[in-house]
Design a protein around this ligand. Structure first.
Ligand code: ATP
Ligand code: MG
Length: 360
């Protein structure tokens, strides 16, 4: 079977990039049949996690973390994640994430992490006080993925490098600990199957929506951690805020709206967003026929309306879910129970492979 795992950090409000690059793909995974190379339908288990342990790798305010965590989970549901088909849980409710991360910390070379672009970018903003957790963040992410023997990880383009690292860690672990007779003996003694403990996951990255750019700078990605709220459309922004942000977003002085002109990243970004929020799929040609000749002043209300129309039903569902905390907590509890069961099994296997004493 395929196992799908992904998550978003509860570091602030979720934005269009998180939604178009990640969460919308999760919904597709959940709702569409997946096929193997022979064209047969394969069973899929989906795990979607609110990665709160990742959220503390940058300075955070304890009074916000809870609300962000619950609100992120509510947004998963509002966007269409169905708890009868997918497990939704909070990362810190499954202790195995932290524990496996430590074990993997000890086998991952520093040099591999020093190459990570996200660390370099986020560390720049923090100077001397940058935490060790930000540096080893990709290892925690590898642990998240590996605990569920995940085969598919639907993420935005910015996570490609972290997925490559995860694959490297998987190979390293299996090479170091999952070969030969001593390994087989340890497994037999502990009553666990002797096979490579981990599988190499594939990153699933969309062609469209994989990289939604900032509204104030078409060359950097839309991010929760950008200090300027005007740089992003939050999924929960009200219509007036969305219209204002679009009205004030960065444009250029070139007439017409066009796609893929390297000198016009803002035009490409807004067209990508416009295309992604259409109620039914339209080709680039169809869209350009509609808006290609417009001025910015004409195009902006059109795109703002399209975004508002797309987000309104999600927002309505969000407020319904968020206003029923008992139901939400119950969904998260069931998700965590299911996640713990799989994660603990993998962790046990990992410890056996590494030679730890397993209490009888
Ligand atoms: P932060 O700035 O705190 O890192 P973020 O906006 O990058 O926040 P994450 O929680 O790090 O959000 O990422 C969650 C998911 O959203 C990941 O799969 C990531 O690839 C995806 N994602 C984040 N930003 C974008 C974007 N601008 N376009 C497309 N996908 C994105
Ligand atoms: Mg990020």
């Amino acid at each position: 079977p395929e196992r799908v795992l992904s998550g978003v950090q509860p570091t602030g409000s979720l934005h269009l990039g998180n939604y178009l690059g990640a969460i919308r793909q999760w919904v597709d995974f959940q709702n569409e049949d997946q096929f193997n190379d022979d064209g047969e339908v394969v069973p899929v288990e989906n795990f979607f996690c609110v990665v709160d342990l990742h959220a503390i790798t940058m300075p955070h305010d304890p009074k916000d973390l809870q609300e962000s965590t619950l609100s992120s989970a509510a947004l998963y549901l509002a966007a269409g994640i169905d708890p009868t088909k997918s497990k939704i849980f909070v990362q810190s409710h499954v202790p195995a994430h932290s524990e496996l991360a430590w074990l993997l910390n000890c086998i991952t070379p520093m040099g591999w992490l020093e190459r990570m672009i996200q660390f370099k970018e986020k560390a720049k903003k923090q100077g001397e006080s940058v935490g060790v957790g930000l540096f080893s963040y990709p290892i925690l992410m590898a642990a998240d993925i590996m605990l569920y023997q995940s085969t598919k990880v639907p993420v935005g383009e910015d996570q490609r490098q972290h997925l490559e690292l995860t694959r490297d860690i998987v190979r390293r672990f299996n090479d170091l600990f999952c070969k030969g007779n001593p390994y087989k003996k340890r497994c037999k003694a502990a009553g666990v199957p002797s096979r490579p403990v981990f599988v190499e996951p594939d990153a699933i990255i969309l062609k469209e929506g994989a990289r939604v750019m900032s509204l104030t700078d078409g060359s950097s990605k839309m991010s929760k951690s950008d200090p300027s709220d005007a740089s992003r459309i939050n999924v929960l922004d009200d219509p007036k805020t969305i219209r204002d942000k679009i009205k004030r977003c960065k444009t250029d002085a070139i007439p017409g709206i066009e796609w893929d002109n390297p000198d016009r990243p803002e035009a490409t970004n807004l067209l990508n967003i416009y295309s992604a929020v259409q109620p039914t799929k339209r080709t680039k040609e169809e869209i350009l026929k509609e808006v290609g000749e417009m001025t910015w002043g004409e195009f902006k209300p059109v795109i703002a309306d399209a975004i508002v129309n797309h987000l309104t039903p999600i927002q309505d569902r969000y407020y319904e879910v968020r206003n029923d905390p008992d139901a939400l907590n119950e969904i998260l509890k069931q998700g965590a129970d299911a996640a713990n069961e799989v994660a603990e099994r993998t962790l046990l296997n990992t410890k056996v492979a590494m030679g730890f004493n397993i209490p009888p």
